[in-house]
Design a protein around this ligand. Structure first.
Ligand code: FAD
Ligand code: DHB
Length: 389
């Protein structure tokens, strides 16, 4: 088989890129090692920046998001027994959209099916080859048969554990990494959100987050030690713990119920440089990871796709390589700013016993400063709604 762009990974990055390319008349094939239902079973991001919303609209997959998604004009910080609202809309003129990654992925998959896009699920041993030559290709196995796809470019949209970054480890890639000493235990439940906006809480027992997926579905998280196992956490233990970490009125108002999903995610900051190796590009989580505080992971995947698509479109329309040549540098410039923000919000809102009393006092001073300074709130709001592409 031959295609122009072979996309490895059918997560948000691969699907958005595939649709932008198809709409521009650029032939592409998506390969994923698992099937559609497995991908849709992963509960991940929930907050979209305006840039991601615009991309969804641009590819023609935004109709349900606008109908069912929730516009949020602010969020709350809870600390030292106080609640402080960050007025996103007032301070920046922009809001965010609460719409789950699962729904966004489903919309993109449905749209790809409806527009005749080609996706190969359950593709085993996907391997990129010869991407430093003029004739790259990708091989995979399906039902015991090996297949080959010749292409012009390979888009590595295969997430943090994918094959693409692993294929360039000996090609001068530099990895920057910070691992945090805790994880997030998350629960999804069909109960109404405790508050109409998100609440990020810094409490002596650790961080907590009250998020949501709809008016009837809530997503809640608590900071837990990395040694905790999800099987050790009953639903009741989770509800008791999150209520302890929230202001009394919020805890009292919280409705509880059986979990639909429960998992622990470790927190990590990671960036690979560069993001281009000949005709192979690393896109989204394949090239970088942020700790979830600040909800930047999916949004960064969207901005990477925007830069790569611009380059590929210019290449096919005008035979110019300036855009693909600039991809790595343009994407990394925005990635590092989101890395900085996600790191700073993680440091601000979690408990770090190893940092001692000095660290704790500095964190309290920062929260106090934030709640009294419009400049500091504006900076937080500007980063939260997303920096321009
Ligand atoms: P992915 O969504 O990871 O998609 C990669 C795809 O590639 C997958 O479908 C995978 O099956 C496929 N693949 C992998 N390896 C191969 C291979 N060898 N061959 C073929 N296909 C392959 N972000 C937030 O903003 N908020 C959150 O609350 C949040 N929670 C998260 C929780 C978890 C547990 C994780 C892992 C991430 C979370 N994120 C969150 C981050 C966010 O979900 C990601 O940034 C986003 O999914 C990135 O999209 P992507 O398309 O680049 O990668
Ligand atoms: C969600 C996750 C986040 O990391 C965040 O900052 C906000 C919301 C969520 O899963 O809903």
């Amino acid at each position: 088989m031959r295609t122009q762009v072979c996309i490895i990974g059918s997560g948000p990055s691969g699907l958005i890129l595939g649709q932008l390319l198809s709409n521009a008349g650029i032939d592409n094939v998506i390969l994923d090692r698992v099937d559609r239902d497995y991908i849709l079973g992963r509960i991940r991001a929930g907050v979209l920046e305006v840039g991601a919303v615009e991309l969804l609209d641009r590819v023609g997959a935004g109709v349900r998001m606008h109908k069912e998604g929730l516009i949020h004009d602010g969020f709350e910080l809870s600390f030292s027994g106080r609640r402080h609202r960050i007025r996103l809309k007032e301070l920046t003129g922009t809001s965010v959209m609460v719409y789950g990654q699962t729904e966004l992925t489903r919309d993109l998959m449905d749209h790809r099916d409806a527009t005749g896009g080609k996706t190969i699920y359950d593709a085993a041993n996907v391997t990129p080859h010869d991407f430093d030559s003029a004739k790259p290709y990708v091989t995979y196995e399906k039902d015991g048969v090996t297949h080959r796809i010749d292409c012009d470019f390979i888009a590595g949209c295969d997430g943090y554990h994918g094959v693409c970054r692993a294929s360039v480890q000996d090609k001068g890639i530099q990895n920057y990494e910070k691992v945090y000493p805790f994880g997030w235990l998350g629960i999804l439940a069909d109960v109404p959100p405790v508050h109409h906006e998100l609440i990020y809480a810094n409490h002596a027992r650790g961080f907590a987050l009250c998020s949501q997926r709809s008016l009837t579905r809530s997503r809640y998280y608590v900071q837990v030690p990395l040694t905790d196992k999800v099987e050790e956490w009953s639903d009741d233990a989770f509800w008791d713990e999150i209520r302890r970490r929230l202001p009394a009125d919020v805890a009292e108002a919280m409705q509880t119920g059986p979990s639909i999903e429960k998992s622990i995610a470790p927190l990590r900051s990671f960036v690979a440089e560069p993001l281009r190796f000949g005709s192979l590009f690393l896109v989204g989580d394949a090239g970088h990871i942020v700790p979830p505080t600040g909800a930047k992971g999916l949004n960064l995947a969207a901005s990477d796709v925007h830069y790569l698509f611009e380059g590929l479109q210019e290449f096919y329309a005008d035979k110019k390589t300036a855009g693909v040549d600039a991809y790595s540098q343009r994407a990394l410039s925005r990635i590092w700013k989101a890395e900085r923000f996600s790191w700073s919000m993680t440091m601000l809102m979690h408990r770090f016993p190893a940092e001692g009393e000095f660290g704790q006092k500095v964190q309290e001073a920062e929260l106090d400063y934030l709640s009294s300074s419009t400049a500091a709130q504006t900076s937080m709001a500007e980063n939260y709604v997303g920096l321009p592409y």
